[in-house]
Design a protein. Structure first.
Lengths: 241, 388
């Protein structure tokens, strides 16, 4: 169960306490996140909604170890990441986080197979083992027959599915999705949301998704609203988990 | 190995740009290669000089003769293994532009002192048997299309008149850098002809003596002893190691080393700017992709090496291509027709200079890629992507 009151114990998969993030812009200090608490259990699908500038992306950056908080702590599966060095954080990211971006961000010079293989290059897996994992990931997203296609040869929805395969191929602890359907038409968006829901339900993946799309958010098990850096509401949705 | 694909696809994603940068490197390294060839050609005498050979010449000037009587006196000095002599003839073949080195030599002793020049036994025997015969180096024979049995007319400049020689042999060098552009004929033929002409000039005299030492370590002692022997005579000697002699000869042309160093430095600096600019553009265009790699867990160091590897690969391919062409040109020139034969008879690219050239290209490639690579490695993912 997702909680934002800071009253849950330390057993949750994602455990955030007193999280603050300040930016300095033109001599003025702007507090983007204000004393945020959050607990997410394994296998949950959480959607973050809120207006632009509310701190959604900042929260995802902090959860993904791409940025460091001004105050507070983030623990993921028992690892406190807020005080890790940049090098340790990079290693941690490779092991624990699967990123899915709005613009897919595939490398255009690599095929679908090679794009999905990228995170595995950081592991000690042999070439044959890597192939096995990539094939499995592409099979899950329904693109086994497109493995040798380049991104330019795929539709937007297919590109996003390749990106999802890349995110799950190394079996990360959780997935961070930033507007995963923001650049897709409704049909493709629904397919991607179906896929994310399936990953959560059938593969017990923990998914944290930022979205502006209420229909997308409705697929999540919980919807959290961020407003001016404060998690103001936790609401159960009828979707996954 | 597993990262090679990532390197190669990035390297050739902009084929025209990469091709042009490689081309710039190749042309610059070709220029470097040609400079090396010219430098070596000027210093060729120094490079091939025998460590155990001394040159004895007239103290006044190189073009003054030494009496033939000196030969036995020098030979009797302790530490000397063998001695021979040569005289610069200075003739031309058919056209004044067809200049090359002709030496009147002592066939009986020449071979023993210059063992690096290879002549088939039968040809050497034919040379010994015919006083009007001559042996040409392989390069000169190729240059003029001579073959054994040809009659070679040479127009004398120092020793005027028309001279005819029977070509009985062609010598080669034991090493690729050996000078195979010389032309040898009998000193006796020159000397006796001069006597018949009552020339006075050059009769019973040699241009210089070449001494082979029993032990190269004795060079200083032997040099001193030879020059002391002829001190206060009408023809004092100046003895030097063959290497010092060749170096002094090369210096007469000017400070080739400095010219080459300056041109080389300009070439490399220009390359640094060209490649650095290319890599900076490459990194700027790929900011988002590099950020993605970092987000996926590729370390700052990996990104640094990835960009550096691209820059070094461009340098390596271009450098190898440029130097390869320079080596090929030198070989082609020596195999077919050396356009600089009258000035620089030996065009050769030393193997160690190939390594130096490619290493220099790699260093330039590394330096050119360093700043863009550092910038890429220090890229903040959040800033680069704006949003994850």
């Amino acid at each position: 169960m997702v909680r934002v009151d800071g009253m849950a114990g330390e057993g949750s998969l994602i455990h955030i306490r007193g999280l603050e993030k300040d930016y300095r812009r033109g001599g003025e200090e702007i507090r983007v996140l204000q004393g945020l608490n959050l607990d997410v259990e394994k296998g949950e699908f959480v959607a973050f909604m809120g207006p632009s500038g509310s701190g959604k992306t900042t929260l995802l950056n902090l959860l993904g170890g791409l940025d460091t908080p001004s105050q507070g702590t983030i623990s993921v599966a028992g690892d406190e990441i807020t005080h890790m060095s940049a090098g340790k954080l990079t290693q941690w990211r490779a092991r624990h986080v699967g990123f899915i971006f709005q613009m897919y961000n595939l490398l255009p010079v690599l095929t679908a197979f090679q794009n999905v293989e990228l995170p595995l290059l950081l592991t000690k897996l042999s070439k044959a083992e890597r192939k096995q994992h990539v094939d499995a990931a592409l099979h899950i997203v329904g693109l086994a027959d497109r493995s040798h296609h380049y991104p330019r040869q795929l539709s937007g929805g297919q590109e996003q599915r390749v990106a999802i395969a890349r995110a799950i191929v190394a079996d990360p602890t959780f997935l961070l999705c930033d507007e995963p359907t923001g650049d897709l038409d409704r049909k493709s968006a629904d397919e991607i949301l179906d896929l994310l829901t399936r990953l959560c339900k059938e593969h017990a993946k923990t998914i944290l998704m930022v979205t502006h799309d209420q229909l997308a958010a409705d697929r999540a098990g919980a919807i959290l609203h961020l407003n001016k850096g404060v998690l103001v509401e936790a609401q159960s949705a009828g979707g996954a988990a | 190995m597993k990262y090679l694909r990532l390197l190669s696809v990035n390297l050739f994603r902009k084929k025209i740009r990469t091709g042009l940068t490689i081309g710039s490197f190749a042309i610059a390294m070709l220029l470097f290669g040609l400079l090396v060839i010219v430098r070596f050609a000027f210093n060729q005498g120094v490079e091939v000089a025998g460590a155990d050979r001394l040159i004895v010449m007239n103290r006044v000037t190189f073009v003054e003769f030494l009496p033939m009587s000196y030969m036995d006196r020098i030979a009797s000095i302790p530490g000397i293994k063998s001695i021979t002599h040569a005289t610069w003839f200075g003739g031309t073949y058919q056209d004044p532009k067809n200049f090359f080195a002709q030496f009147a030599i002592d066939p009986e002793t020449w071979h023993e002192v210059y063992s690096e020049y290879l002549v088939p036994d039968a040809e050497w025997k034919a040379f010994l048997d015919d006083r009007q015969s001559a042996i040409a180096g392989e390069a000169t024979a190729k240059r003029f299309g001579w073959k054994i049995g040809d009659r070679i007319p040479i127009e004398g400049t120092i020793f005027s008149g028309h001279w005819q020689f029977n070509l009985v042999g062609i010598y080669t060098g034991a090493r690729p850098q050996d000078d195979t552009a010389q032309f040898w004929f009998h000193y006796d033929y020159l000397n006796e002809t001069l006597k018949q002409r009552n020339a006075g000039f050059g009769v019973n005299q040699a241009g210089w003596y070449v001494v082979k030492l029993e032990n190269p370590d004795d060079a200083v002692t032997v040099v001193k002893k030879i020059d002391q022997t002829f001190a206060n005579s009408s023809a004092e000697t100046k003895t030097d190691t063959e290497q010092a002699f060749a170096a002094a000869f090369a210096k007469q042309t000017g400070n080739i080393e400095l010219i080459i160093l300056v041109i080389g430095a300009i070439v490399f600096f220009t390359l640094l700017l060209v490649t650095g600019n290319t890599m900076a553009i490459t990194v700027r265009e790929r900011t988002a992709e590099l950020a993605i790699l970092k987000a996926l867990g590729f370390s700052d160091r990996f990104i640094l090496f990835l960009v550096l590897a691209e820059s070094i690969s461009i340098a390596l391919i271009g450098g190898t291509l440029g130097i390869g062409v320079a080596v090929a040109l030198a070989k082609l020139a020596m195999a077919y027709s050396n356009p600089l034969a009258s000035v620089l008879p030996v065009l050769y690219f030393p193997a160690n200079q190939v390594v130096v050239g490619i290493a220099a290209a790699v260093v330039v490639g590394g330096l050119a890629g360093l700043l863009p690579a550092l910038g890429a490695s220090q890229l903040k993912v959040v800033d680069a992507l704006r949003r994850i």
